[in-house]
Design a protein around this ligand. Sequence first.
Ligand code: LLP
Length: 415
Amino acid sequence: MHAFRYKDNVLCGEEVPLDRVAEEVGTPVYVYSRRTIRDHYRRLDDAFSDIPHLICYSVKANSNLAVISVLAGEGAGADIVSGGELYRALKAGVPPKKIVFAGIGKTAEEMVYALRSGILMFNVESETELLLLDRVAGELGMRADIALRVNPDVDPATHPYVATGLKEAKFGIGMGEALAVYRRAAALPHIQVVGVHQHIGSQITSVEPFREALERTGELVRSLRNMGLEIRYINIGGGFGIPYGEEEVPYPVDYARALAPVLREHGCTVILEIGRMIVGNAGVLLTRVLYRKQSGEKRFLVVDAAMNDLIRPSLYGAFHRILPVVDHGREEETVDVVGPVCESGDFLARDRVLPRSEPGDLLAVMSAGAYGFVMSSNYNSRRRAAEVMVDGEDFLVVRQRESLEDLVRGERTLT
Ligand code: LLP
């Protein structure tokens, strides 16, 4: 359940009318609901309350400090994939002992930073990475706790760009090689094996691929224990899908019910690396209509948000609901909602039935809290949007809109 609802025909975030935010902060602007973030986190936490677990919020989904700090306040850890995300997580108050570090391209410098910060563990994705980590930890006189990311080769039935658990994926270590790499890891002097990690993809809308993957990973855990390794953590990754339109998706309790039997059998602490389910429907992107335009049969609404602000429709053909901020009850029409960027691929919606909008009207692009602002760019020298957090009847700018000066920071002209 999210907190974006109409009150007296005006779309509100919690108790704040969104037209007020747009007036005061300008557009395009991302608006997040603190209540929704908290509510989603608590539902997830409650669903797994019968099993020892740690929810590591996947910072890549939305890395605004305000968002991370709300979750840190709830007790969340963090799943990070770069030194930059580690910096953000620590700055937002996530305890280092609740941070897990994934990613196939960790640099030695990032390893040093993470070791010195005292993170919980590294999710190691290849044997070569393992050897480098052993060397780096040794040079620091430290020991690195690790899980190996294994690849259960399960089809998550999601967009190919966000499926990660198939054997031809660039991620993780194939099940066939996993035992050998674990054996190697166990023999390294500055490595301590503590767990197993899997992540099969994102926006998965059924529990079945998770159950299947976990069964395969569970078999591996059994073999590792037979080898004498103490496996204390099973990290099941992230990827719980959310409704973007009318689709039915499992609730956190459905995942917990399906996965608990396998998880209980192993008696490990379960780590969940959830991003989208916590923040996806906790955010919207507000944009203003600039022009109406007709080209042949096609009708366009040109708005002030573009693919540089929200790339998901252009990159994945993703569907985001679009709602008028003020519902005037106007007749419906079919339009393409497009941004000002100089690319035909710059659209937020195609052939969408919407109540007629006029220049100056505000639209809300829904479900934009995950992989929205974080994937934005300065393409066409567009300043990145502001971000706002609503909290009851109040709202706060949690990231200023970029200035023209910000756009050229660090650059120089040549004479
Ligand atoms: N753990 C690992 C190792 C991951 O790679 C990811 C996401 C997650 C956890 C969190 O997954 P989530 O719970 O948010 O599904 N930009 C794409 C999504 C890319 C996901 C990348 N990895 C999109 O906009 O749909």
